[in-house]
Design a binder for this molecule. Sequence first.
Ligand SMILES: [Zn+2]
Length: 376
Amino acid sequence: MKTCTQCATGFEILAKDQAFYGKMNVPEPNLCPTCRSIHRLSFRNEWSLYHRKSNLSGKQMITMYAPENPYVIYDQDEWWSDQWDPLKYGRDFDFNRPFFEQFAELQKVVPRMSLNVIGNENSTYTNYALRNKDSYLIYTADFCESSCYGRVSMRGAKNCFDFDFVDRSEFCYECVDVYDSYQCFYSQDCHNSSNLWFCKNMKSSKNCLFSCNQINKEYLIFNQPVSPEEFEEKKNQVLGSYATLKIALKKAQEFFLKNPVKENENLQCENTTGNYLSQCRNTYDAYDSSQLEDCRYVSYLYNCKDCYDWDFVGNKSELCYQVLSSAYQLQRCIGVMNSWDVNTDLFYCDLMLGSKSCFGSIGLRKKEYCTFNKQY
Ligand SMILES: [Zn+2]
């Protein structure tokens, strides 16, 4: 057991944790997992967008940085253009001053993109969003199409509105934690299903209304079998007006309360603790994540191996520690945030794309051997 130097709470360091810290060549943490998570997430602003002028052109833009924020912010097109060179901000590291003081100074001068987005098409008002098309006001969303007012869809939603945690699904509305599904409405915790209305915890089911905890079922109302005609009639009755819809939502909640609830929402997991996990192995204290192996203290992460202390997003990444809002093939990265598209051996870097072997650097694209944005 260790005691957190910030909140004085005790926390454990297991033999497997020690093995990970040893493999990463980092000291054991002095802060508890919660304080570490608070530190990381304090650098993430997902949904609060502001009006602000570009520091390069003066162009009015929508940005995740408040006008009083001291960073230098460029409009998307300007940031991606050749109008500026991140190496121009390169400087020597002063061994007589603390690292983080100097890193914070560099963060204040290297231009940042107005929103953390890459390759979106006709999807302007999004943040932490990658390769979406014709979408609007979606956050932490990648590969979505024609979807609006949603949050957390890391492998794509199509024609989905008003959602949280909806992935690989189409034509869903007012759904939470719905995966691989089609035409689901006002439903939660459903997988591989279609035409569900006011349902909860359904797997491989279709044409159900007010039902929960079912696998491989169809034509149910309140978990009771009905004919297709009865199902259609009742459904149309419920959707007759906003008043009947409001009553239906209340009825569904009352019905769910009368039924047992699973201790967690983990699926196909082995030797794992946390919640809303799927296909994870030897992974602990993980949430809203999938396809993880030997990971701990992570959230919103998928397809990673040997990673600790990482919130948001992962994908084909390995041996990373203290990472935030970074995705796609990160290898051996420590203390990295806002970095995408194949990064290797980065240490304390921010906003890096396709780079390797860099230390204390910011906003570099396809660079290697840089320290404090200076090329070596
Ligand atoms: Zn603490």
